[in-house]
Design a protein around this ligand. Sequence first.
Ligand SMILES: [Zn+2]
Length: 115
Amino acid sequence: MKLDIAKVERELRETRETVVHQMQELGATETGDLTGDVNYGDGFSDAGAATAERTEVMGVVDALKAQLDGIDAALEQIAGGTYGFCITCGDEIGDDRLEFRPESVQCVTCKTTKG
Ligand SMILES: [Zn+2]
C-alpha cells in the first residue's frame, strides 16, 4: 500500500466532522435520530408536505449515518493497523478504491455480494 495513512486519517476525521455537521443541520443527532425540533419553515404549513419532507430528511440522514459508520469503521481499522484490508475476507482493498473512497472497509467483491 502506497497510501499515506496519517493523511487518510486526517481526511477521514475532516469528512466525519462535515457529515456530523450536516446531520445536525438536518436536526439529527450523531446516532441518526431526529431530534424533532426542526423548523421546516413556513413553506410546510400543511401536514402532508411536512411528513413528506420529514421522510426525505430521514433518507438523507440514513445515508449520512451510513457514511459516518463507514468512517468510524475505517478509523478503527487505522487504530488497529488493519486499514486497507477487507473486514470480511481480509484481502487488500486496493489503493485505487481507498483513494476514491477512504472510508472503504470492504473490497469490491464483498461489498457487491453483500455478505
Ligand atoms: Zn473482501
